[in-house]
Design a protein around this ligand. Structure first.
Ligand code: G4P
Length: 517
């Protein structure tokens, strides 16, 4: 990776089916990272059914290379981080968004803002991640462009500014107008330049009536929404909007250009005792994702580290701040989209894959020696709790190992009740339960099933006065458990019970998220 290159580390957020996979592929094609369409397709298919998705997930090789896709263009290194495509909100997705500097929000022109887009947007907003909006599928009948602009503005409380505008839509689509270059972008990737909107050549190109109607619309669009304000975009207040079609290669180049021109490079990363700036000389980064069992024969894992400062070199020793251990990183992996390259060097904004045997965990801070902790990479209180029942009781040791492994990956949480021996597994979305059972069987040869647990929700508990915490745990042993780090957790039968207990114990904090200390 060229040191002098600027970095654009970003993710695409969208609701399933809006066109994320197609757009990813077109961006990789435009960036020269792949050469034929279809290479990214396999991933798109996994959203179709949980069972298909699991099969593909089990071919871990695919999902690891596609978790991070790096390509270079015009002296800029783009790192595109994949967020899982299924509908369940997952912690994995959330944490991936902690590792990006900007996002592209893809919406379907016929559907507007959908549920998952909105959730992911809220996560971006928490961290003021700047967003470029791509309204996809203008080659199909969609909603009116003004209505779509207004929906983004109103439902997300963002200022909007159009960079491109569709000329017709669906059956009447003539192309997309690019305001900055006075060009008509044509389906299939062609471009026609004009002197301006008033250029009579436009009448000849699309028809006099269409041109007149479009000029009126374009004037309204330009007048009705504020002009592009790069500062406001970078602060997360304004979103530039591009209309286009990933499938028809419409506006994909312009999206890449907008990322290059507008999107921020590595930003200051929140940490304690102080935020880490990208120009600080010492290496510092954090692990936002761990993927286990790429090869079922070996219990290997890859920890994905976002580099926040310094210049990383292969062979470097990094300190895992939580344990004080030094880890020599001999075989780091960089994720050029075509293959996994061994990284010699990496720079702030880059993602490095660090193979390890379970030492590195999500949320870990790695430094050259400095004591600091990156913040904002939480665990979430699970919304679904289940007891695990082993079908073959002689495999209990394996079950325990497997559950611990998956908890380390951050896909599930594991609670050990203070009373009783059945582990309780917690997940944020229901699909994760199916995936868990399938993986237990495929990767660990453990047949298990879930049973309802008496509890519906969990909260991490803490108190300023340790005696208060201890007394609460003693008095509520049947509803208390420990997470895998030994942190105390209160399990409630329902939301009502949780509220009741919280109200009666004002000295305790009941938290829906926990960050590793
Ligand atoms: P996702 O990753 O966000 O879930 O979406 P994906 O790219 O898989 O796209 C979902 C469907 O929308 C696909 O059709 C895809 O071809 C289509 N699509 C994506 N971009 C455009 C576009 O710009 N215009 C039109 N008309 N369609 C688009 P599918 O029928 O589900 O899959 P396939 O059979 O085409 O592979």
């Amino acid at each position: 990776m060229a040191a002098t290159n600027e970095r654009r580390t970003f993710a695409i957020i969208s609701h399933p089916d809006a066109g994320k996979t197609t757009l990813t592929e077109k961006l990789l094609l435009a960036g020269g990272a792949i050469h034929i369409a279809g290479e990214v397709r396999a991933r798109g298919d996994r959203r179709r059914a949980a069972s298909d998705w699991m099969k593909i997930e089990q071919q871990r090789g695919i999902s690891v290379t596609s978790s991070v896709m790096t390509f270079e263009r015009d002296d800029i290194t783009f790192n595109l981080l994949d967020t899982p495509g299924h509908e369940d909100f997952s912690e994995d997705t959330y944490r991936t968004l902690t590792a990006v500097d900007s996002a592209v929000m893809v919406i379907d022109a016929a559907k507007g803002i959908e549920a998952q887009t909105r959730k992911l947007f809220e996560v971006c907003r928490l961290r003021d991640v700047p967003i470029i909006t791509f309204v996809n599928k203008v080659d199909r009948e969609g909603r009116d462009a003004f209505a779509l602009m207004d929906e983004v503005a109103d439902t997300l409380a963002l200022d909007v500014t159009p960079l491109t505008w569709p000329v017709g839509m669906g059956g009447t689509l003539k192309g997309v107008w690019d305001f900055a270059s006075h060009s008509l972008l044509l389906p299939g990737g062609g471009v026609r330049r004009f002197a301006g909107l008033a250029d009579p050549a436009l009448d000849a190109a699309i028809g006099a009536d269409e041109a007149a109607a479009f000029r009126e619309e374009a004037a309204l669009a330009l007048g009705g929404y504020g002009a592009l304000d790069a500062e406001s975009y970078r602060a997360g207040n304004q979103t530039p909007v591009l209309f286009g079609s990933a499938l028809r290669d419409l506006t994909v180049e312009q999206l890449l250009a907008a990322l290059a021109l507008l999107a921020p490079g590595p930003r200051a990363q929140p940490a304690l005792p102080a935020a880490v700036m990208p120009d600080e000389p010492e290496v510092a980064g954090f692990v936002f994702k761990v993927q286990a069992n790429m090869n079922p024969q070996h219990r290997d894992r890859i920890a994905f580290m976002r580099l926040c400062s310094g210049r990383f070199r292969r062979g470097m020793k990094l300190k895992q701040v939580s344990t004080g251990k030094m880890i020599a990183v001999h075989s780091p992996i960089l994720f050029m989209a075509r293959d996994r390259n061994l990284a010699e060097e990496a720079f702030p904004g880059d993602i490095i894959g660090i193979p390890n045997h379970g030492v590195l965990r999500v949320g870990d801070t790695l430094t050259e020696g400095r004591m600091l902790n990156f913040t904002g990479i939480p665990n979430f209180a699970p919304e679904i709790l289940r007891r695990v029942r082993l079908l073959d009781p002689t495999r209990s040791k394996q079950l325990r190992g497997a559950l611990t492994d998956m908890a380390e990956e951050g896909v599930t949480q594991l609670f050990r009740p203070m009373i009783g021996s059945a582990w309780i597994v917690g997940v944020v979305g229901a699909l994760q339960l199916d995936v868990l059972i399938a993986r237990l069987e495929a990767e660990y040869n453990v047949a298990a099933e879930f049973e309802p647990s008496p509890f519906e929700t969990a909260r991490w508990i803490s108190a300023d006065d340790p005696a208060v915490l201890k007394a609460f745990v003693e008095a509520n042993r049947s509803a208390c458990a420990e997470d895998r780090d030994g942190a105390p957790v209160y399990l409630a039968r329902d939301g009502w019970e949780l509220k009741y207990t919280a109200d009666r114990n004002p000295g305790l904090r009941f938290s829906a998220t926990r960050e590793r200390a």
